[in-house]
Design a protein around this ligand. Sequence first.
Ligand code: GRF
Length: 195
Amino acid sequence: MKPLKIAVLGSGKGSNFRSILSAAMSGALRVRPVLAASDNAGSGLLSLAENLGIETCAIEEPRYRTRLSLEVENALVGRIRESGAELVVLAGYMRMVKQPLLEAFPRRIVNIHPSLLPAFPGLDAWKQALAAGVETTGCTVHFVDAGMDTGEIIAQSEVPVLPGDTAETLHARIQEAEHRLYPEVLGRFSRRELP
Ligand code: GRF
């Protein structure tokens, strides 16, 4: 079976993208990143991709902060289609996904979120977990729908909240779990196990 072609979208430092790349380069994961797109020109995602000769797309959207305008999202759909990506992988993408992307890639957009959804959707989920005083949190990979972290759950990984945890230590522990979980789930897609 051919490696699964993926487009990765993110706004931040790109540590999940790095873990996917490492798994792919070690041969443990049969995916081929064909596009890395970011709405943040300083995102680690773009520099990682550039260093590896993966095509990049710098999304420019000065008008809105939490979504893309229809025009910009349609252009992004065009770039993803041209890349031949079979799956759109959100890795720290900080905007809501709207109809152009959802209609173009039904059940083919996934996201990773730093909590055990449906608990703690939205921003800074690890801070929400600390404030709620839970003993266990974690991360979730889910299909993306029009809601905020509401799509069908594919897989989850639990992470303990330890005495003395700060937002930083807890987030770091959750990210370690993310870096294992996302490549595992993408492996299921690459083996065409997820309809
Ligand atoms: C991760 O914690 C992910 O769960 C959330 O955004 C963060 C992205 O981190 N959606 P990185 O850019 O992959 O390091």
